[in-house]
Design a protein around this ligand. Structure first.
Ligand code: LLP
Length: 417
């Protein structure tokens, strides 16, 4: 469900014609619908209303301040994975007691920022990190709440690159090492072990893998509590899927109904770290057709948005729906929608049936709100796109387009010395 819809054939975002935005702000352009991501956030909160819970939006999916601020105002917290994300979440007004920090390679300055801020929990991913965190907290005269991120060795049945909770993945503490980690936690003066955490992957369509991980987590919680650790929360990560093409992901309500019985009796707060579920459907990427090129046996629609703007098709062979922005009629033909970048992997969609398109037309790439701009780069010296946030009829440019000079600025200010 989203608020991108058609009126007399033309694509609108909420109460604004997308063509007006493309004309005004240029392309490539990310367009976000506030109503869509707020509604997805609300759907999760309502689904879990009967379970004490906290939603910590995964900033990596889309860290635009306009989006973070809107979520913060609604009481949403943040899941961060770097000092940069933590800084951003704080600037956006996220409350420290609603921030959790995951990641396998946290640096000392990053952990110092977390401790100084007093975030709810550092999700510790190995025993060495636990020791380093305790040392930092002691040095700063603090104690830091932490959770063990465990690796439950569960297959989430998703793209290989999006799998994070299998034994061979780099994430989390192996279940057999939890006892040793708990011994250490008990002996360290700077950390309080208050939670348990897992994150098994992303774009997970059904609740089975979560149930499997929860069964493991229940045993670990029992063991830790048995040893006197007050486990106040269980963080089950993110991973809820969205519909890109023909997938049928579970709804927030189905997810709740399938897992609630596994947490209700535990007497703790549940933490969810959704990213894609909240912002994925809330964004489109708009590009403009530069050329339509017919070669023997193939037709290319070449647009001004490329893999540097949206890398998901190139990286995961992800399928994003692509449609013209304007009303379309006429015989659809098969084409590859490609970008201007000098790589054959630079495509937005392959073998798509598209109505007639010509130079100057705009196309929209759907479900691009998560891991779209967030993974954009300046490859081929391409300035990153502008981002606009639509709220009803209100239009906010939440990030201006980069310029060619922006791309030089950091190099020009460095000096030889
Ligand atoms: N929590 C942790 C610890 C994570 O590592 C992630 C995502 C999330 C939460 C949020 O997951 P979500 O709810 O968005 O599935 N670039 C890939 C996705 C990588 C996800 C990495 N971790 C893509 O474009 O599909």
């Amino acid at each position: 469900m989203d608020y991108f819809h058609r009126k007399d054939g033309a694509l609108w975002c909420e109460d604004v014609p997308v063509a007006d935005l493309a004309r005004r702000f240029g392309t490539p352009l990310y367009v976000y619908s506030r109503r869509t991501f707020i509604e997805h956030y609300d759907k999760l909160t309502h689904a879990f209303a009967g379970v004490p819970h906290r939603i910590c939006y995964s900033v990596k999916a889309n860290g635009n301040l306009g989006i973070l601020r809107a979520l913060a105002q609604r009481g949403c917290g943040a899941d961060v994975v770097s000092g940069g994300e933590l800084h951003r979440a704080l600037v956006a007004g996220m409350s420290p007691d609603r921030i959790v920090y995951s990641g396998v390679g946290k640096t000392v300055p990053e952990l110092e920022l977390a401790v100084r801020t007093g975030i709810l929990a550092v999700n510790v991913e190995n025993v060495e990190e636990l020791r380093v965190l305790s040392d930092i907290a002691v040095r700063m005269g603090r104690r830091q709440g932490c959770a063990f991120r465990v690796n439950p060795d569960v297959d989430p049945h998703t793209h290989d690159y999006l799998t994070t909770g299998r034994a061979e993945n780099k994430f989390g503490i192996a279940l057999e090492d939890v006892g040793q980690a708990a011994d250490l936690a008990a002996s360290l003066p700077g950390v309080d072990l208050i939670g348990l955490d897992f994150h098994i992957g992303s774009q997970i369509l059904s609740s089975g893998p979560y149930q499997a991980a929860l069964r493991q987590a229940r045993q670990v919680i029992e063991a830790l509590r048995g040893r006197g650790f007050p486990i106040h929360h269980l963080d089950i990560g993110g991973g809820l899927a969205v519909r890109y093409d023909h997938e049928r992901p579970m709804t927030a309500d189905q997810f709740h109904d399938d897992i609630a019985h596994l947490v209700r009796d535990l007497d703790l707060e549940l933490i969810l770290e959704p990213g894609r579920f909240i912002v994925g459907p809330a964004g489109i990427l708009v590009g403009q057709v530069q050329f339509v090129k017919q070669v023997p046996g193939k037709r290319f629609v070449i647009v001004d948005a490329g893999m540097n703007d949206l890398i998901r098709p190139a990286l995961y062979e992800a399928v994003h729906r692509i449609e013209p922005v304007a009303p379309s009629s006429g015989q659809a033909t098969m084409a590859d929608v490609v970008g201007p970048i000098c790589e054959s992997g630079d495509f937005l969609g392959k073998d798509r049936m598209l109505p007639p398109l010509e130079r100057g037309d705009w196309v929209a790439v759907f479900t691009a709100g998560a891991y779209g701009f967030a993974m954009a780069s300046n490859y081929n010296q391409r300035p990153r796109a502008a981002e606009v946030l639509v709220d009803g009829g209100r239009i906010m440019q939440v990030r201006r387009r980069e310029t060619w000079d922006d791309l030089l600025a950091l190099e020009l200010e460095s000096s030889d010395s």
